[in-house]
Design a binder for this molecule. Structure first.
Ligand SMILES: Cc1cc2nc3c(=O)[nH]c(=O)nc-3n(C[C@H](O)[C@H](O)[C@H](O)COP(=O)(O)OP(=O)(O)OC[C@H]3O[C@@H](n4cnc5c(N)ncnc54)[C@H](O)[C@@H]3O)c2cc1C
Length: 391
């Protein structure tokens, strides 16, 4: 039987209160991934959310499991993001991987004993994902020899396996793309210096280099021709997961502002008595309600024809609301909002990061714009005055 989503959400809430919130500043100071915490997340069932039970997963539908990041995002959006990427890789590996891969890695990943991440971005191909150079040569014995460089790899040198998208010919386009999982200890796989980030320092990020890395065909997750399509599906799940985490972040910002302003004495009352303050926080509350409805609808649409567009709507709308919420709540605290102990500056930086990762806000607009063009094609054209239909 699949897990009960209410039990899993309660476990995520506990994990947030007991592990993330009390420790996140310390994690950031130390600049190291909190492996002990992610081990605990694994023991609570948070690292195999959508994977089938036969491999130790929770067997939750995407529409339910994605809500976990809202709970984790109340503690920290970067931690929620890293676990969301691990869960997507685990889902792909346990769903589309070879039998040998599932046997060897399935339970290791669902339990969180081993961590996974996704490597698509390259230095020259971020938003322009089709402009990829990393190249796999398929050898006669079935193994793949891979060379190239990935950029912005999260959990760099920390994850135990990297679900890597590669090209398999020199032809332009995406028809030859595939996804293969490269274990960290494979000879020829190395990582560049860590990126210096002003916040979320516990999340290791760097380039990843593949120098004639030889990988068994058992590790093919998406065969040749399905690499880009499958990655786009993974990215849709990731986009909705980000929106879910952003709702947690907004709630954390709102609660901080409310807790402070109900106590901040001014003008013979408290800050929260001021209409202007209530309106500012009221807008944050409305944005949060709308964001929740949108990401949950998008999560339920994943896997249907509506999935990509709904994911784009969620990724376009919700992180923008989160940036606005974090900044508004900072403003409500006045000068105090800028001080580290209140955590709002951290939330501002995190929300901006969440606008970029897994496809920027602008790329979501591109997806929405294309859908609108398609929709326009189905409409009876309206007449335009003479001269307006020519260019
Ligand atoms: C913290 C963090 C973690 C990440 N982790 C991973 C990971 O684990 N694995 C992975 O593969 N990738 C990861 N990424 C990469 C991330 O997905 C890319 O940063 C993102 O896709 C944007 O690519 P880019 O940074 O190269 O920006 P660019 O593609 O250079 O874009 C620059 C600007 O141009 C805008 N733009 C691009 N195209 C258009 C357009 N058509 N119209 C209008 N504006 C446009 C963009 O929105 C952006 O504002 C991570 C990124 C961050 C910040």
């Amino acid at each position: 039987m699949p897990a009960d989503i209410n039990d899993i959400l309660a476990a995520a809430r506990r994990h947030c209160d007991e592990e993330i919130k009390p420790n996140v500043d310390r994690w950031n100071e130390s600049g190291t991934w909190p492996r002990a915490a992610s081990d605990k997340a694994g023991a609570l069932g948070l690292t195999g959310l959508y994977a089938p039970e036969e491999f130790g997963g929770q067997g939750l539908p995407l529409g339910e499991g994605i809500r976990v990041y809202e709970e984790l995002g109340k503690g920290d959006g970067a931690y929620a993001f890293a676990l969301s990427m691990h869960n997507i890789c685990t889902y792909a590996g346990c769903g589309f991987g070879t039998d040998a891969f599932k046997e060897k890695w399935g339970r290791e990943l669902t339990s969180g004993r081993k961590l996974a991440n996704f490597a698509l971005t390259e230095p020259q191909s971020g938003s322009d994902a089709g402009n990829m150079y990393s190249r796999a040569v398929i050898n006669e014995d079935g193994t793949w020899t891979i060379s190239g460089a990935k950029a912005w790899v999260s959990l760099a040198d920390e994850a135990d396996i990297y679900f890597t998208v590669v090209k398999t010919t020199d032809q332009p386009g995406h028809k030859d793309m595939a996804m293969i999982a490269i274990p960290k200890d494979t000879p020829g796989l190395t990582f560049g210096p860590r990126y210096e980030t002003p916040s979320y320092n516990f999340l290791p990020l760097s380039e990843m280099y593949m120098d004639n890395v030889v990988v068994s065909e058992e590790n093919i997750i998406l065969p040749v021709g399905q690499g880009l399509q499958g990655s786009l599906m993974a990215i849709d799940i990731a986009r909705v997961s980000i929106a879910s985490g952003c709702c947690g972040l907004m709630e954390a910002a709102l609660d901080t502002a409310l807790a402070y302003s109900q106590n901040r004495k001014m003008f013979k009352g408290v800050n929260l008595d001021l209409d202007g303050i209530q309106w500012m926080l009221g807008d944050v509350a409305t944005d949060l309600e709308a964001s929740r409805l949108l990401y949950r609808a998008a999560a339920n649409a994943l896997g249907t024809d509506e999935g990509p567009l709904m994911a784009a709507h969620a990724k376009r709308f919700v992180p923008d609301c989160a940036v606005k919420a974090a900044n508004t709540c900072t403003q409500v605290l006045g000068g105090m909002g800028l001080l580290a102990p209140y955590g709002l500056d951290r939330l501002s930086r995190l929300s901006q990061m969440l606008r970029i990762v897994d496809g920027t806000t602008e790329i979501s607009r591109v997806v929405i714009g294309r859908a609108l063009q398609k929709r326009a094609e189905g409409l009876e054209p309206l007449p335009v005055p003479k001269g307006y239909g020519e260019s």
